[in-house]
Write a protein that binds this ligand. Structure first.
Ligand code: 13P
Length: 340
């Protein structure tokens, strides 16, 4: 058992505290720059820092945000006034988290499929991040649905490495968020998404067990069971909620400390409505605490409004707070579209 057992359990429970969820703001430099470029915002370290300061200094964000996931560049940055971001978060009551994977690469021998890098030296990096104040981590693997894919090779490779990551995190005092995202891209039906998500969970939990990961000290970060973004027939909110809950109930051990969904390119309204209905209609069927760990579905209105112009910061922060509030409500089944 990890020497951090008690702390890990307490952190995991705090991450999924009722009415709160996790803000993903761990876009790598490349991803952040691509989002800035779309809006004509200069892709400089200073603009990225300012944007992250906008997010972390949003008044009262901690009412709905339990923790936030940072990128390596961000965890080393400070506010313009010189206060380290980690300290800002600790004072606000937001648990600092850190993305520790190094991104995806083509999986050799498996055309169109990806594997995530970042295991080399990970134990040492975890120690450094813990000393800097991080208390949880994230690793993202991606599973693509297409003609004849995903392959078992891809599922096993991704599940094995994420399990190694999770075991290293628990040994080093960080709660692992385990994220194997089944991508929304494609023409596939919701039934096909269910099938792939189910197989992903089966192989994932087999590997987590094999690598001695303790389920009560980890957070699962899954994608929802949903129609492919180019599927001509789009499943209803009710179908997404029902099939997502079924898939979780059939495949995820009860001991898992919490579940926090990614938004994965859903519209902001859908991401909130799906989470809400999962609780409002099917909450009684779920043994875990279920919440959100969204990036785009929380940040997008604020990023669009800020647009790189600092005169827009106060209103951008209100937009961020509003989205966090709606998702906080959804995480206990109290959201309604009138709140939009
Ligand atoms: P989205 O909510 O934008 O999908 O991002 C969540 C995340 O952390 C992806 O790794």
């Amino acid at each position: 058992m990890s020497t951090y057992a008690q702390e890990l359990r307490a952190t995991a429970q705090a991450m999924v505290a009722p009415g709160k969820g996790i803000l993903a703001m761990d876009e790598s430099r490349g991803t952040c720059d691509r989002r800035f470029e779309k809006l004509g915002i200069p892709t400089t370290e200073e603009r990225r820092r300012t944007y992250r300061e906008l997010i972390l200094t949003t008044p009262d964000l901690a009412e709905f945000i339990s923790g936030a996931i940072l990128f390596d560049e961000t965890i080393r940055q400070s506010t313009q006034a010189g206060v380290p971001f980690v300290q800002v978060m600790q004072e606000a009551g937001i648990i600092p988290g850190i993305k520790v994977d190094l991104g995806t690469k083509d999986l050799a021998g498996c055309e169109g499929e990806k594997v995530t890098e970042g295991l080399d030296g990970l134990g040492d990096r975890i120690t450094e991040y813990y000393q800097m104040g991080a208390r949880f981590a994230k690793w993202r693997g991606v599973i693509t649905i297409g003609d004849g894919i995903p392959s078992e090779t891809c599922l096993v490779a991704n599940a094995h490495e994420i399990a190694r990551y999770a075991a290293l995190c628990q040994a080093g005092g960080l709660v692992p968020m385990v994220e194997l995202e089944v991508l929304i891209d494609g023409e596939h039906s919701i039934e096909r998404c269910y099938e792939v998500t189910e197989r992903t969970f089966q192989i994932l939990f087999e590997q987590l067990r094999l690598n001695r990961v303790e389920f009560d000290k980890m957070i699962l970060k899954p994608s929802m069971v949903i129609s492919g973004s180019n599927c001509p027939v789009q499943a209803s909110v009710e179908q997404v909620a029902q099939m997502t809950v079924n898939c979780l109930r059939n495949n995820v051990p009860v001991a898992v400390a919490g579940i926090a969904f990614l938004s994965g390119g859903q519209s902001i309204e859908h991401a909130t409505a799906h989470l809400n209905l999962i609780h409002a209609k099917f909450g009684a069927q779920c043994p875990w605490t279920i919440t959100f760990s969204y990036a785009r579905a929380i940040q997008q209105p604020a990023l669009d409004y800020w647009h790189g112009d600092d005169a827009n910061i106060p209103i951008a922060q209100q937009l961020l707070y509003h989205r966090a509030k709606l998702n906080g409500a959804a995480s206990i089944g109290h959201y309604s579209s009138e709140m939009e």
